[in-house]
Ligand binder design. Structure first.
Ligand code: HEC
Ligand code: HEC
Length: 242
């Protein structure tokens, strides 16, 4: 009896230490559902991988010896099984990783720098799954870059509501500056006046302010956005602030 127990212990500890052990079963019921529509790789999937993965899995760096900016690289199997199984998102380890269902392998890895390495949203996972379920079609050759339009309704409004509305909404916003609509944001407040020059980030005080470069404003830490959000805001202004 004693013998058997020792053997079990050895077995347990060695399996816990071996990296290439067969993957633990993954609880697929926890994965967000695929979106119920046709997904476009070039418009939706590639830009998402670019934004969330290429900084560590692109031409410059290949963390974990994996890159997903090329077709060959993206479909390469890893220690955690096949990354992309066409027709079967629930069996694709890429999907398991972005949902955090594989121990220590949440992708992108969690970061304490706000705005960096953000977890994919349920909607993004839904797009990735739908693409894989629909056959994971990745056209040969270079992928044409898509410029995604940035809008107030979808992108900037929610961002400013979360970061600024506590002080810049309602009947009497601080400095007379309200973030409730594209018009009020463009119009600006009492001191600066016009905060946004559509099409020209360099001539938009709002960009200087949320970049943390305006030393005259109170509460500088409340006026500085993390790099990704700043970048989005600049793109919104550059595209005409609509
Ligand atoms: C900030 C850097 C970073 C980002 C961003 C990132 N990863 Fe990773 N990734 C890593 C590191 C580090 C490893 C190696 C981890 C290990 O082997 O323990 C890795 C490993 C992997 C692997 C290989 C796993 C294996 O079994 O060897 C895959 C696949 C992967 N990442 C997918 C992704 C995807 C998909 C994204 C975007 C949604 C992403 N990663 C974003 C850092 C990153
Ligand atoms: C905790 C409260 C607070 C938060 C949060 C906050 N602000 Fe402010 N903001 C102020 C105060 C106070 C002033 C100065 C008002 C004055 O001069 O009377 C100000 C002034 C401004 C002005 C100048 C308005 C003018 O007078 O022309 C702008 C533009 C501005 N904030 C933008 C933002 C943006 C964008 C965010 C979100 C990223 C933000 N603020 C978050 C408190 C806040």
């Amino acid at each position: 009896m004693k013998h058997a127990r020792i053997l079990t212990l050895i077995f347990l500890s060695s399996s816990a230490l071996t990296a290439a052990e067969p993957a633990k079963p993954v609880d697929v019921s926890k994965i967000p559902l695929p979106v119920p529509r046709k997904v476009d790789f070039t418009q939706e999937v590639y830009p998402m991988l670019k934004e969330s993965c290429f900084s560590c899995h692109g031409a410059q760096k290949q963390k974990g010896k994996y890159r997903c900016d090329t077709k060959d690289g993206a479909f390469k199997d890893t220690d955690h099984g096949p990354t992309i199984v066409p027709g079967h998102s629930e069996k694709s380890s890429l999907v398991h990783m972005v949902c955090g269902l594989i121990d220590e392998m949440l992708m992108p890895p969690p970061s304490d720098k706000p705005g960096q390495s953000e977890k994919l949203t349920d909607a993004q996972v839904g797009v990735l799954r739908a693409w894989i379920d629909q056959g994971a079609v990745w056209p040969d050759g270079p992928i044409a870059e898509v410029v995604k339009p940035v809008t107030f309704a979808a992108d900037i409004g929610p961002l400013l509501a979360a970061a600024c509305a506590a002080c810049h909404s309602g009947a009497d916003p601080k400095g007379g500056f309200g973030v409730g609509s594209a018009e009020s944001v463009t119009k600006g407040g009492k001191t600066y006046g016009k905060a946004v020059t559509p099409g020209d980030p360099a001539k938009s005080p709002l960009v200087t302010i949320v970049a943390g470069l305006d030393e005259d404003l109170p509460l500088p830490e409340k006026h500085k956005l993390p790099p990704k959000q700043l970048d989005l805001l600049k793109r919104w202004v550059g595209q005409g602030a609509r």
